[in-house]
Design a protein around this ligand. Structure first.
Ligand SMILES: *Cc1c(COP(=O)(O)O)cnc(C)c1O
Length: 374
């Protein structure tokens, strides 16, 4: 390990979150739904290989990813259980579905024809999940047109319908009427489909919000990484999985009137002490952190000041005792046991007006992921 900026991925926390979500789902009287753990986008930046394998080992019933390439990465990492590919299929990469035993989503009639033709050429039968568009209006067969569009798909001799699903646009917008509308449209659409076919609909927010949409399987992503989708709250005992730390590489004094960084956007009013941290926007740290972003140094909060640059950022440590090169800098995570000694992904996202998903997905490829079991 050479670089000082490191993302630690706590696999024990990840497993604990899976168990906690399972316990939450088991509280209703009905049989608990299965869990399809969502590991798209390199497991939300946490590293799909280790995270996918750990979730499978911890009892996730299936995994889901965005495209065939991501599915292949999971298989090569040793995942043997079902892997659903959410995204649209491009005809060119269909081989991966068969060669790696992935489950495609079919969300258009033409995709159905392409997979049917590919399966027929191989003399194979391909299990698939049918996606119904109930109001997100991205992918999926329109909910109100299934009578026309389904017969050809369902009649395809080399395709086997394994599940039907939809996806909510506003599960994390409390009180938004589209959520309820989509639920009802899905219910209605299901009457067009063999009642024995399993169903699923709930992402993290939806599973927190309404147990009626748990159906046979739920599809949490963010919750498993220990983050509750804002603005929702939850009593599920989750633990953050990713922390991001670095070390001070230089400490610099500023005299009154001097500025730091590109654009000279932070000017010292009185004498200031600046710590230079070797992590920047190339590592996924947002430019907007200069307004309201903080890090932890020596157990204290210190504001990010001046422009975040490609490989570095600067932190005002004037109010802290004797910060020195080598001191640990916590960008995401905990440094001490008091509640203010933690910067979580939700806080960082809120500080810059984005969502936690974007923060974790953007943690750069340059940053080493260190996996811990403790
Ligand atoms: C990403 C995704 C999920 C998981 O969403 P979270 O909000 O992270 O729980 C579930 N279903 C689909 C179709 C997705 O694309």
């Amino acid at each position: 390990m050479i670089r000082s900026t490191v993302a630690r991925i706590d696999l024990a926390a990840l497993r604990s979150n899976l168990r906690a979500v399972r316990a939450f789902l088991g509280t209703d009287a009905a049989p608990a739904p299965r869990i399809m753990a969502v590991v798209k986008a390199n497991a939300y930046g946490h590293g799909a290989e280790r995270v996918g394998a750990a979730l499978e080992q911890a009892g996730a019933d299936a995994l889901a990813c965005a495209d065939i390439e991501e599915g292949i990465v999971l298989r090569r990492a040793g995942v043997t259980g079902p892997i659903l590919v959410f995204g649209a299929l491009s005809v060119s990469d269909l081989d991966g579905v068969f060669d790696y035993g992935l489950t495609p989503t079919i969300s258009t009639p033409s995709a159905g024809r392409a997979v049917q033709a590919a399966a027929a050429r191989r003399g194979a039968v391909c299990g698939y999940h049918l996606k119904v568009d109930t109001g997100m209006h991205r992918l999926g067969f329109r909910h109100d047109n299934l009578r026309r569009t389904l017969p050809e798909l369902v009649g395809s001799p080399n395709l086997r319908l394994e599940a039907v699903y939809t996806h909510f646009a506003t599960a994390d917008v409390p009180g938004h009427q589209l959520f309820e509308q989509q639920r009802l449209r899905f219910e209605e659409a299901l009457t067009e489909i063999d009642a024995r076919v399993p169903r699923h609909a709930a992402n993290s927010a939806a599973l927190l919000r309404d147990s009626r949409v748990w159906y046979d399987t739920v599809r949490p992503g963010l919750l498993l990484y220990g983050i509750v989708p804002p603005p929702l709250a939850s009593t599920i005992p989750l633990q953050p999985v990713m922390s991001l730390t670095s070390r001070v590489v230089a400490v610099k004094g500023l005299r009154p009137g001097e500025s730091v960084g590109y654009g000279a956007r932070f000017t010292a009013v009185g004498p200031r002490t600046i710590a230079v941290v070797p992590a920047g926007y190339a590592d996924g740290l947002d430019l907007r952190l200069e307004r309201g972003g903080q890090v932890l140094v020596r157990g204290r909060r210190a504001p990010i000041v001046g422009a975040v640059s490609m490989d570095m950022m600067t932190v005002d440590v004037s109010d802290l005792d004797a910060v020195a090169p080598g001191d640990e800098v916590v960008i995401i995570g905990r440094q001490g046991s008091d509640s203010w000694q933690q910067i979580d992904v939700r806080e960082m996202a809120a500080a810059i007006g984005t969502i936690p998903y974007e923060i974790v997905c953007r943690i750069g490829a340059r940053i080493e992921r260190q996996y811990t079991e403790a």
